[in-house]
Design a protein around this ligand. Structure first.
Ligand code: NAG
Ligand code: NAG
Ligand code: NAG
Ligand code: NAG
Ligand code: NAG
Ligand code: NAG
Ligand code: NAG
Ligand code: NAG
Ligand code: NAG
Ligand code: NAG
Ligand code: NAG
Ligand code: NAG
Length: 782
């Protein structure tokens, strides 16, 4: 254990840089368009703090949507703050303008447009204030009109199907009333436009609390991001003043536009849009203090924001074939990997996690599917406030190796904030002081109302109280699926292991979440005669239902408890002895003769299960996320390889997109060819949308952020693996195609930073800090 002792006394290196100069991403990583776009689906992302914009030029106007983390309405839609349109006269962006360019400057995190007469528009979002800055300069005198376009101006019932953007259900349910939408308030104030939405009731939470039987509890004891939530934008410019109020329609959504118009023609304009989201019961005060802050925006310099982005890029990168040109698939994979991180970073300071289904960058849903989703720009499938754990985890796992521990904390806080609710559920239903978390979990910590009783709503079945006791989702897909939250537990522990993050704030979540499996299953089933837990009924993700000792659950508990013990922390619900005993109670990962290949041994998805629902080979969760099987581990790797290829029952459960993890498993199994083909299909440039890292909807929504999160994990694991031998091994190029060269910088456990040039089959210029970790480096599949 000398290794651990050495680390304990060492310093924790946070963002170690190799040189004083921050890295510059290759110039080819900028996105440059020389024609305008057809519509909002042809937009590119920019953002900062907790605000994301979809930015595009269309028919001579510059447009952008404004999205802000935490902008949940009464029923948990994540609303856009609005849309801004800039029009100039004479117009340097006329359709026939010959010098059009829209340019994403990825290194510095901003967008420029260039048009006739050297007109330049620069658009950036302040990483500290989340304020939106628009700076226009031109050789010619221009008249600028800035329109704030709002589409929620009347109370309106939602269309059937539209309510899936809320948390009333991911399917239309006639049993649940169709939500109406309350209007925003918008008006001219202080020579600008103020637009905001204030939640003055919480019908969804009221329903959920009663559905969950928590009616006797004090509602104020529950964490509720919708309660009194107030969010909006204030747009102003010293050079503009209120003009007409006009109206129009954009792709079928009517809007009203509050115009700010020019006092006089000018060669330069500055337009500011402040953004705000917080709970408030005094709207006048909220608005005044928000406007006051927004009026200070003209003092801000872009310098700090550029420095923030430069430091962010310097933390970590994987650059592939940097000189090969934009059509090279390796080049595209590297670029779009960086774009995933970019989209996560636009919400770096968000209080709420980035959503797997579109993040802050959704656009008009008719461009996802005009027949199915003819709704407003607020629409996304799978709700704005249900944080489906299976999908969310894929956005946060890759942030360990990129060193984005600051961003990860929003996902950790998500679970810690709802812990009082999770514990109330554990107590109410099972009399246990444990956290009862669910899979389709709302930002209140309560299960999505439809999912909780899906079999009642959709099939009129009655709940069998033995198989589906109250408190457990009565849902063929989601029942007993509590273990995705264990992945966030392990991320917390690994964030500590990776760079010494102080995990004190999340220790209660870690302990009460793990306690569910030990306390509930003992209460229900006792123990096996050899002292192990009987984890039944359980679940292998959404696939193996009413499972007995699901491989994904038992392997995960073993890994998580081992990580917990290795950190030598003080715990309060349990202690080290308790967690060591708990670990010894975790059943073995099940094995069986591969279905269809009786001579081969496979990791089994579970000892037994009743039926399958979705189609995921969850035996492979022992490879990722849990690393029980993998290169360098003492287990028999062929059992996992067989489970992927030679289990006729699950061999049809393969795939390359969305939340699937095949490419991660290939990398961890050392299967270079399969990993490369899969990651190329996943991460090369989009052919569906104009921005190269907007793919979707796949199973979820466009842009499909969990598609990229899963891809990012896969690419990292192809290049460097660190899970083996109790997280001590550093394995380079385990599944890396020899035709990909470049350079990288990644974080490894125990405050280690690894940088090297990739020369294809090997690396050069390898620098491992601290140097003592050099001896842990191995290569390929050796
Ligand atoms: C705009 O739409 C046309 C017709 O569908 C298509 O050919 C063109 O590529 C689109 N332009 C862009 C920039 O996407
Ligand atoms: C460019 O500037 C000239 C005058 O300097 C003006 O006549 C012309 O309209 C401008 N063109 C555009 C598209 O703004
Ligand atoms: C929220 O949904 C409920 C249930 O459908 C509905 O009664 C209510 O009007 C909705 N409220 C708002 C503000 O959207
Ligand atoms: C929110 O604030 C309003 C005042 O605007 C207050 O009347 C209301 O009771 C508060 N609570 C909820 C749950 O909406
Ligand atoms: C919105 O866009 C979709 C996709 O291009 C198109 O099919 C539909 O007709 C548009 N709807 C309206 C009302 O413009
Ligand atoms: C949009 O506006 C048009 C014209 O004013 C009107 O006919 C139409 O009913 C409106 N649509 C909706 C959904 O309100
Ligand atoms: C600019 O255009 C707006 C809208 O057409 C108009 O109201 C305003 O008077 C114009 N300003 C100047 C200085 O021409
Ligand atoms: C530690 O936990 C074990 C097992 O739960 C318990 O028996 C023991 O009393 C605990 N020790 C202390 C010092 O709390
Ligand atoms: C304990 O007993 C169960 C039931 O017989 C068996 O499946 C398991 O392999 C045994 N040992 C462990 C470590 O799980
Ligand atoms: C297992 O599957 C692989 C890949 O499909 C196949 O090549 C191999 O022959 C199978 N193994 C056996 C023993 O059939
Ligand atoms: C990991 O650590 C545990 C406890 O120290 C030890 O029993 C086990 O053998 C180690 N596993 C590997 C693969 O090194
Ligand atoms: C090694 O990587 C660095 C970037 O870290 C790059 O500047 C340099 O050109 C690379 N050297 C070789 C030989 O590829």
């Amino acid at each position: 254990m000398g290794f651990f002792r050495r680390l304990a006394s060492g310093t924790s290196l946070v963002y170690l840089t190799q040189s004083a100069l921050a890295i510059q991403l290759p110039p080819g990583y900028d996105t440059v368009w020389t024609t305008q776009s057809n519509n909002s689906a042809g937009s590119m992302p920019v953002g900062g703090g907790d605000v994301g914009l979809n930015v595009w030029a269309e028919a001579g106007d510059i447009l952008f949507y404004i999205a802000k983390s935490g902008a949940f309405d009464e029923n948990n839609s994540l609303l856009k703050l609005g849309r801004v349109r800039l029009s100039m006269d004479p117009n340097p962006f006329e359709m026939n303008a010959n010098s059009f360019e829209q340019h994403l400057n990825i290194n510095d995190g901003y967008i420029t447009f260039t048009g006739d007469n050297n007109t330049l528009i620069k658009l950036w979002v302040d990483t500290v204030t989340s304020g939106i800055h628009t700076e226009i300069t031109s050789d010619n005198h221009l008249n600028l009109t800035a329109y704030f376009e709002a589409w929620r101006l009347t109370e309106r019932p939602m269309g059937s199907g539209e309510e899936v953007q809320t948390s009333w259900g991911v399917n239309s349910v006639s049993e649940i009333p169709l939500p109406t939408q309350y209007p925003d308030k918008i008006d001219y104030r202080h020579n600008g436009v103020l637009s905001y939405h204030h939640n003055h009731d919480t019908p969804l939470t009221t329903f959920q609390i009663s559905e969950q039987g928590l009616g006797d509890a004090d509602p104020s004891s529950f964490f509720n991001p919708m309660k009194n939530n107030t969010f909006g934008a204030f747009m102003w410019s010293r050079q503009l003043h209120p003009g007409a109020i006009t109206s129009g329609a954009y792709n079928g959504t009517n809007f009203t536009a509050y115009n700010l118009v020019s006092d006089r023609l000018s060669k330069s304009f500055k337009l500011y849009i402040g953004t705000e989201q917080s709970a408030s019961t005094n709207i006048d005060q909220w608005a005044e203090s928000f406007i006051k802050d927004a009026l200070k925006m003209e003092m801000a310099s872009q310098h700090n924001t550029i420095e923030w982005w430069n430091a962010f890029w310097d933390r970590s990168y994987i650059i592939i074939n940097p000189d090969a040109g934009p059509d090279d698939s390796g080049f595209q994979v590297g670029k779009n990997y960086q774009y995933f991180r970019y989209m996560m970073a636009c919400n770096a300071k968000g209080e709420y996690p980035t959503r797997f289904n579109g993040g802050l960058f959704t656009f008009d849903p008719s461009y996802v599917n005009p027949i199915w989703y003819p709704y407003t720009p607020d629409f996304r499938k799978w709700s704005g406030g249900t944080f489906t754990a299976q999908n969310q985890r894929l956005l946060y796992w890759p942030l360990l190796k990129t060193g984005d521990y600051d961003i990860m904390q929003q996902a950790f806080n998500f679970y810690q904030n709802i812990l009082p609710t999770s514990r109330a559920l554990g107590k109410l239903y099972f009399g246990l002081d444990v956290a009862l978390t669910s899979e389709q979990i709302d930002n209140t910590g309560l299960p999505n109302v439809y999912e909780y009783n899906a079999n009642v709503f959709s099939n009129s079945q009655t709940r069998d109280p033995v198989l589906y006791p109250a408190g457990i989702d009565f849902n063929d897909w989601l029942s007993w699926y509590q273990d995705t939250a264990n992945e966030f537990v392990d991320m917390i522990l690994q964030a500590k292991m990776y760079n010494g993050l102080d995990i004190t704030p999340w220790k209660p979540f870690v302990e009460y979440q793990l306690a569910w499996f030990d306390e509930y299953y003992q209460q229900r089933n006792g123990l096996e005669s050899n002292g192990t837990l009987i984890i039944y009924p359980g679940s292998g993700a959404e696939t193996y239902k009413l499972a007995f000792n699901s491989a994904s659950t038992v392997s995960g508990l073993r890994k998580t408890l081992s990580d917990l013990l290795s950190l030598n922390q003080n715990w309060s619900k349990g202690n080290a002895t308790y967690y060591a005993q708990y670990l010894s109670r975790v059943p073995a990962t099940p094995l069986h003769s591969c279905p269809g290949y009786s001579t081969l041994t496979c990791v089994a998805p579970a000892l037994n299960y009743s039926f399958t629902e979705n189609n995921e080979p969850t035996a492979l969760y022992t490879v990722f996320p849990w690393g029980e099987y993998g290169l360098g581990q003492p287990t028999n790797l062929s059992y996992a390889i067989n489970a992927y290829f030679n289990d006729t029952q699950s061999a049809t459960y393969h795939g390359t997109y969305g939340w699937r993890q095949d490419q991660i498993w290939f990398a961890r199994l050392g299967l270079t060819e399969e990993a490369t083909a899969n990651i190329i299909s996943r991460l090369t440039d989009s052919t569906t949308y104009r921005f190269s890292a907007f793919k979707g909807p796949n199973y979820d929504w466009s842009p499909d952020i969990n598609h990229y999160g899963s891809g990012a994990i896969g690419l990292q694991e192809m290049l460097m693996q660190t899970f083996a031998l109790n997280n001590t091994q550093i394995r380079l190029l385990p599944a890396w195609p020899s035709e990909w060269t470049g350079y990288f910088k990644l974080q490894a456990p125990f405050s280690t930073v690894v940088t090297a040039n990739i020369t294809g089959p090997s690396v050069s210029n390898l620098v491992v800090v601290p140097a003592s970790r050099l001896s842990d480096v191995v290569y390929g599949t050796e």
